[in-house]
Design a protein around this ligand. Structure first.
Ligand SMILES: Cc1cc2nc3c(=O)[nH]c(=O)nc-3n(C[C@H](O)[C@H](O)[C@H](O)COP(=O)(O)OP(=O)(O)OC[C@H]3O[C@@H](n4cnc5c(N)ncnc54)[C@H](O)[C@@H]3O)c2cc1C
Length: 480
């Protein structure tokens, strides 16, 4: 039963992997999952419900983006084709009291958030349709769709959802956690543009939630609440008129610079080279771009790829570095949100440098990612009814530390032994009152508890899942 876990425990070496008891359902829950799988394969057929040996089982079981989620063995995997398959799956899981997991695009790096050992995995890889409705001026998206697929597919109609910045990432998990896009400064978080959500509740009931109907509380909770409030089987979102391939209305690209830093710590000192990559876009002319980003352009660059771009080309700028095949990586995050002028930026940078030095033998690269959240973004969010995490007024950057540890490079004891101690996540600075971004924080940072709507979120959760089935039977965001 090899799987990787970030939890501290004594591990057994299995090849180069470790067996670490931790996040997934234990052996005690095998029977409910087997019962659920048996019932489901009778109800839906063995094409939609596959156990080990099934045609798509292995590819799905090992198919999550992050190494942490590639080793669990679901008792069965359900590949729904429509909402009613999800209703059947959820009803059966609920009545069998089985552990379960839900996977949209499969990009979460949190162990157990998109896979399960000895439980039922609902994998949306067969629900990938999307369409633009010109009358409603909205886009319908099924939960297996990736950001790049919808952006490519609707390019000829000149529209796109507010999605992510990297093509290979799922729209579903990204939007349920909030969703930061290149469009966000003018269009809000991805979830701000939800219009209607078809949701299967934990008891298997299918409802449609909108901002104004009887499920408006559920609708708001799903804007940032992640996987805790039900399974979304269809999104209706605003269509943003970004233009076609011929409309090169954006100016921008990437500027690469080198920063050489000398650091001295108790255990190591020396000169470290940081490659800083700034990705800048402006929806306007070259002259406007150069004026707005003059400070960045003044930094001597080692390489740039700036130019006129269509929105779909903007979506591809960050893609190459994230392509599959760059090697297995087990990613650890450290999320942070800081107000300027509190002396925290430097502290944050130094922390990241410290972490990087700490992991210099195992991580071939570490990232300190900074995404500005502008007041305009907060204004758009409020104008669209707000979210469960809507921050107070005042712009701030959202920081994320990323530590992809490459399997070939780190000694096997590292991954299970003391990763949290070494990351020392508690030292990451944060401005009180600002929400952490659920999708770019580590699970132990309990992002939901930092939300402005946290108390309300707990109340809504109690209403829609009174037996706390989701929290008891699914690994996901903490705090409810
Ligand atoms: C390379 C890379 C680039 C990224 N870039 C961005 C970015 O530009 N902007 C940004 O905001 N974030 C970004 N992220 C973070 C990203 O938002 C999260 O990883 C997100 O969880 C990915 O969604 P997914 O559907 O692919 O993941 P999954 O792992 O499939 O799902 C993530 C979570 O959502 C739940 N979930 C998924 N679908 C459903 C559903 N239909 N109903 C209920 N729960 C569901 C899952 O159970 C899980 O808890 C990036 C991540 C990576 C790895």
């Amino acid at each position: 039963m090899p799987f990787l876990s970030k939890t501290r425990s004594i591990g057994l070496v299995v090849g180069y992997l470790l067996a670490c008891p931790g996040v997934s359902a234990g052996q005690n829950h095998t029977t409910p999952a087997k019962t659920a799988c048996h019932t489901l394969s009778t109800l839906l057929g063995t094409d939609k419900v596959q156990s080990a040996g099934g045609a798509q089982y292995e590819a799905s079981a090992t198919g999550a983006w992050d190494l942490y989620n590639q080793f669990d063995k679901p008792t069965c995997i359900v590949f729904p084709r429509n909402s009613s398959d999800v209703v059947s799956a959820m009803r059966t899981i609920f009545h069998s009291d089985a552990h379960y997991a839900v996977r949209g695009g499969g990009h979460s790096a949190m162990p157990g958030w998109n896979t399960i050992n000895n439980g039922v995995l609902i994998d949306f890889s067969q629900m990938k349709s999307f369409s633009y409705d010109p009358v409603r001026d909205s886009i319908f998206i099924e939960p297996g769709v990736l950001n790049g697929e919808v952006s490519d597919g609707l390019q000829s109609q000149g529209v796109a959802p507010v999605g992510g910045r990297v093509e290979a990432v799922g729209f579903s998990g990204l939007a349920l956690g909030g969703g930061l896009s290149f469009l966000s400064p003018s269009q809000g978080w991805a979830c701000d543009r939800f219009r209607a959500l078809d949701v299967v509740l934990t008891n298997g009931r299918l409802v449609t939630a909108t901002h104004t109907n009887e499920y408006s509380d559920l609708f708001t909770a799903l804007k940032g609440g992640g996987s805790r409030f039900g399974i979304v089987t269809r999104y209706e979102v605003d269509a943003i008129h970004v233009g076609t391939a011929a409309d090169k209305t954006y100016w921008g690209g990437t500027i690469n610079v080198l920063i050489v830093t000398t650091v001295t710590y108790s255990n190591v000192s020396g000169t470290f080279t940081t490659a800083a990559s700034v990705t800048l876009f402006y929806n306007g002319t070259e002259a406007q771009f150069k004026q707005v980003f003059a400070d960045f352009l003044a930094i001597p660059a080692i390489a740039t790829n700036l130019g006129p771009l269509s929105y779909n080309e903007v979506m591809k700028v960050l893609t190459p570095s994230q392509a599959p095949g760059i090697g297995p990586r087990a990613t650890n995050y450290g999320g942070s949100t800081l107000y300027p002028g509190q002396g925290l930026f430097e502290k944050s940078y130094n922390n990241w440098l410290n972490f990087s030095v700490n992991f210099k033998d195992e991580a071939s690269r570490t990232f300190w990612v900074i995404t500005p959240v502008f007041q305009s973004q907060i204004d758009v969010s409020r104008a669209h009814g707000g979210t469960s995490f809507t921050p107070p007024n005042g712009q701030f950057p959202s920081f994320s530390f990323l530590f992809p540890l490459f399997l070939a490079r780190f000694p096997s004891h590292v991954i299970c032994s003391d990763i949290y101690d070494r990351l020392d996540i508690s030292r990451i600075p944060r401005s009180p009152g600002l929400p952490l971004y659920l999708n770019e924080s580590e699970d132990v940072q309990d992002a939901l508890t930092t939300y402005s709507g946290y108390e309300k979120l707990k109340e809504i959760y109690r209403k829609y899942d009174p037996t706390r089935f989701n929290v008891r039977r699914m690994v996901g965001p903490n705090g409810l």
